[in-house]
Write a new protein. Structure first.
Length: 200
């Protein structure tokens, strides 16, 4: 009986990668590692520079705010001392107070950090001089006074003046817009123990 002969089996050799593939992989890992190290270094340095810049900027802003507040405080104290010695503190009518308008606007021009000056009187009257954003009439004067009796409703005269302190216009407005203590609801609240609610 004939027999089939198997061809002689070749031995299995281990599978090998070509040499250029592991070299390429290792080279890629080297590039990736170096790039990562450089990126982390630059990130750390950039963050340090940004923190230093932010700190310097914050210190600069803080110093500027302190200077501005110090200038404003000195200006307010200086103006307060000058005004307390002025005859304006004893003026009883709008006409008398208006004579001191050049003095008041001079205070405001000399100290740009101060936007307005308000002088209050013991009977509830007051005079307010302030800058307004208007080239035609940059000064506004609000005078609240009573004609005679303290119990009378106060009248607010709002006047606008040009840069040369010439009168541009004047009007009468409710004084409660400027001084809540002169309004009827404040008086009612001051004389009662109940909660006073007003319209918005």
């Amino acid at each position: 009986m004939p027999t089939l002969a198997r061809p002689h089996a070749r031995p299995m050799l281990p599978w090998r990668l070509p040499l250029h593939i592991p070299v390429a992989v290792l080279f890629s890992l080297l590039i990736l590692g170096v790039g990562t190290a450089i990126t982390l270094y630059h990130f750390s340095e950039t963050r340090r520079l940004l923190d230093a810049a932010n700190d310097q900027l914050f210190q600069g802003i803080t110093a500027e705010v302190e200077r501005t507040l110090g200038d404003a405080d000195r200006a307010v104290k200086r103006s307060f001392v000058l005004l307390t010695g002025s005859p304006l503190a004893e003026a009883t009518t709008f006409a008398e107070r208006l004579r001191f308008l050049p003095e008041l606007t001079g205070f405001l021009d000399a100290d740009p950090v101060i936007d307005s000056v308000m002088i209050g009187y013991g009977d509830g009257d007051f005079l307010l001089v302030r800058r307004v954003d208007d080239d035609r009439s940059p000064w506004e004067v609000v005078d609240v006074s009573r004609e005679g009796d303290v119990d009378e409703e106060p009248v607010a005269i709002v006047s606008r003046f040009d840069a040369a302190l010439r009168l541009v216009d004047a009007s009468t407005q409710p004084s409660a817009l400027y001084e809540p203590r002169l309004s009827s609801w404040y008086r009612l609240a001051a004389t009662s123990d109940s909660l006073i609610v007003t319209p918005p």
